[in-house]
Ligand binder design. Structure first.
Ligand code: SIN
Length: 520
C-alpha cells in the first residue's frame, strides 16, 4: 500500500459533527475526508426535526435531561444527560451566530416544535422540516471561509491503522473505487455517521452503512450499546430506497396514525398515543404492516393544505410518489433510522484507543440509552464535536503548519458487490429488526458470515459486516427487551434500570464462530 503522511488532524465524515469539529479546531490544520461533495450525502442534512434544547422557561435543562432518561429506558448515563442538556442552549446560539436560520418570532424568541416523549415543545427548527439542511448549509458556508480546513472530496476511509493500542493512520481510497493509500496523521476524529443502510428499509442516505463503526471495531476499539437500533415509525412506505421521512413534528402538530380500516391504532397502545416513545410507536406500526393493515399517517385534519408550506420536504416526497396529503393519508413503515450504539467514548469523545476520537452517530456516549429522544441526535453531535476538538487540541499542543495534502493516483481497487450488500441488508431486517427472535438473530449472524466470506477482498464490505456482526451479537447477548431492542422470547425488561453493553469485535466474532460450528 502506498503511504503518505500529514500533520493535519484527519476527520472522517462530512456531516454536522465533522464540520462543527473542523470549525472548532481552526486555525489548526484539518483534513476532512468527504466521500460526497461536502454537505451532501450526510444524514445530518436529512434531519427534519431539529435540535432539542431547553431555550426558555418553563422548560429547563433538568426537564430535558429527565425526558432523555425516561425515553432511554433505564440505561442513559445521568451525568451525560445532565451535561449535554446544560450545553444545548449555547450551541443553538453558536449556530445562530454563524447563520443557521432558526424559526423565531417578531421578538426574536425561538419557535419550538413538540416531538414524541418530550414534556415541552423544545425542538429548535427551521421551516417545519428544514433544520438539518439549513444548519448544514450554514456550516458549509462557514467551512468555505476557513482556510485551515482542507476538504478531500470524493474519498472515503476504508480502514484505520493501529499499533500498540494507538491509531496512527487512516486508509483512504477514491469513493468511486480505487486502492487505498495509508495516510499517517497525528490524530483521527471519526464522524462517519450511523448504520441505517445495513437494513433493507432505512431513512438514512445510501452511503451510511455502518462502515465508520466497523473500521474502529476492526482495530480493536471498544464498542457500546450496539444492539440498540432505533426504527422510525413514519418512514414513507412508497417504494423508495432510502425511504423519505415523515417527521415526528407532524404528529406533534396533531397528525394521527390510522390503518386501512380507518382505525386509530395507537389508541390502547400507550396513553400518549402517537406521541408515545419512538420504540413503542415503531412496534405498533410494524405490527400493522405485518398484519397487512397498511399503517398510514393522516395529516388531513391537523394540517390540511398547511403541510405544503410548513413541511416542504415531506410535501416534495409525497408529490414524487403521487400522493396528495391534503386529500390522502401517507403510507408509512418502521425503518432503521438511528444507531444508539457505536464506538464507546468518554466525556471528551476519546475512544478506547489512543489517537482516535469519535463523535456524532458513530459514537456511543451514553446519552441515548436504549431509545434516543427525538432531536437529541444533532444536539449530541454538536456537544461532542466541540469536546473532541478541544481534547485533540489539548493533546497535540502548539499548532504547526501543515501543507495541503496531495494524494498519489490510486491503483485499481475493489468495491463491495451490490448483491452481497443487498443480502446483508435483508438479513439484518429479517433477523435483527424491529421484533427479534433468538433463531432470527442466529440466522442473521450466519448469513453475515457467509456474506463476508463471499468477498474477503473488499475492506468496505468487511467494515459493514463488522458492524452487522456486533449488532446481532450484542442483540443475542442481551437476554431481555429494552427500548428499541425487543425480543419475543424475553418481551420484558429485567428491571427499570439496566446496564449498557460493551463488546469488542473479537468477542462478537467468537460468538458468531460458535454458531458456525454448531449449525441450526
Ligand atoms: C423526525 O423528524 O422525526 C426525526 C427527528 C430525529 O430523529 O431526531
Amino acid at each position: 500500500m502506498q503511504q503518505v503522511s500529514t500533520g493535519r488532524v484527519v476527520i472522517l465524515g462530512a456531516g454536522l459533527a465533522a464540520l462543527y469539529a473542523a470549525l472548532a479546531l481552526a486555525p489548526r490544520p484539518v483534513l476532512l475526508v468527504s466521500p460526497d461533495p461536502v454537505g451532501q450525502g450526510a444524514s445530518s442534512a436529512w434531519a427534519q426535526g431539529g435540535v432539542a434544547a431547553a431555550m426558555a422557561q418553563p422548560d429547563s435543562p433538568e426537564a430535558h435531561a429527565a425526558d432523555t432518561l425516561r425515553a432511554g429506558a433505564g440505561i442513559v448515563d445521568p451525568q451525560v444527560a445532565r451535561s449535554v442538556t446544560q450545553e444545548a442552549r449555547d450551541h443553538i446560539l453558536a449556530l445562530t451566530e454563524i447563520g443557521a436560520p432558526f424559526d423565531r418570532d417578531s421578538a426574536g424568541a425561538y419557535l419550538l416544535s413538540r416531538e414524541a416523549a418530550h414534556g415541552f415543545a423544545r425542538v429548535v427548527r427551521v421551516r417545519g422540516d428544514q433544520a438539518g439542511a439549513e444548519i448544514m448549509r450554514a456550516l458549509v458556508a462557514q467551512l468555505r471561509l476557513t482556510p485551515s480546513v482542507q476538504v478531500l472530496e470524493g474519498y472515503a476511509a476504508t480502514g484505520l491503522r493501529a499499533e500498540a493500542g494507538r491509531v496512527t493512520g487512516v486508509e483512504v481510497a477514491p469513493a468511486a473505487g480505487g486502492a487505498p493509500v495509508l495516510l499517517s496523521a497525528p490524530a483521527c476524529l471519526l464522524a462517519a455517521g450511523g448504520s441505517g443502510g445495513l437494513y433493507a428499509l432505512t431513512t438514512n442516505p445510501a452511503r451510511i452503512r455502518g462502515e465508520g463503526a466497523g473500521m474502529a471495531a476492526r482495530v480493536g476499539a471498544m464498542m457500546a450499546d450496539m444492539e440498540f437500533v432505533q426504527f422510525h415509525p413514519t418512514a414513507m412506505d412508497i417504494g423508495l430506497d432510502p425511504a423519505p421521512l415523515a417527521t415526528e413534528a407532524l404528529r406533534g402538530e396533531g397528525a394521527v396514525l390510522i390503518n386501512r380500516l380507518g382505525q386509530r391504532f395507537m389508541r390502547g397502545e400507550h396513553p400518549d398515543m402517537e406521541l408515545a416513545p419512538r420504540d413503542v410507536v415503531a412496534r405498533a406500526v410494524y405490527a400493522q404492516s405485518q398484519a397487512g393493515l397498511r399503517p398510514m399517517l393522516d395529516t388531513r385534519e391537523a394540517l390540511g393544505p398547511r403541510l405544503t408550506a410548513e413541511f416542504p420536504a415531506v410535501a416534495e416526497a409525497c408529490a414524487k410518489a403521487g400522493i396528495d396529503p391534503v386529500t390522502d393519508p401517507i403510507p408509512v413503515a418502521a425503518a432503521a433510522h438511528y444507531h444508539m450504539g457505536g464506538v464507546a467514548t468518554d466525556a471528551a469523545g476519546r475512544s478506547s484507543l489512543a489517537g482516535l476520537w469519535a463523535c456524532g452517530e458513530v459514537a456511543s456516549t451514553g446519552l441515548h440509552g436504549a431509545n434516543r429522544l427525538a432531536s437529541n441526535g444533532l444536539l449530541e453531535a454538536l456537544v461532542y464535536a466541540r469536546r473532541c476538538a478541544a481534547d485533540i487540541a489539548a493533546e497535540l499542543g502548539g499548532i504547526a503548519e501543515a501543507p495541503a495534502l496531495t494524494l498519489p493516483a490510486a491503483a485499481p481497487g475493489t468495491l463491495p458487490d451490490p448483491q452481497l450488500v443487498t443480502r446483508l441488508r435483508r438479513a439484518m431486517t429479517a433477523g435483527v429488526g424491529v421484533v427479534r427472535t433468538e433463531a432470527g438473530m442466529q440466522a442473521a449472524l450466519r448469513e453475515i458470515a457467509a456474506v463476508e466470506a463471499a468477498q474477503p477482498g473488499s475492506p468496505a464490505l468487511r467494515n459493514m459486516t463488522a458492524t452487522a456482526t456486533l449488532i446481532a451479537a450484542a442483540a443475542l447477548t442481551r437476554r431481555e427487551s429494552r427500548g428499541a431492542h425487543f425480543r419475543t422470547d424475553t418481551p420484558h425488561s429485567t428491571g427499570e434500570t439496566g446496564q449498557r453493553s460493551r463488546m469488542t469485535l473479537d468477542a462478537a466474532l467468537a460468538l458468531r464462530d460458535t454458531l458456525q460450528k454448531d449449525p441450526a
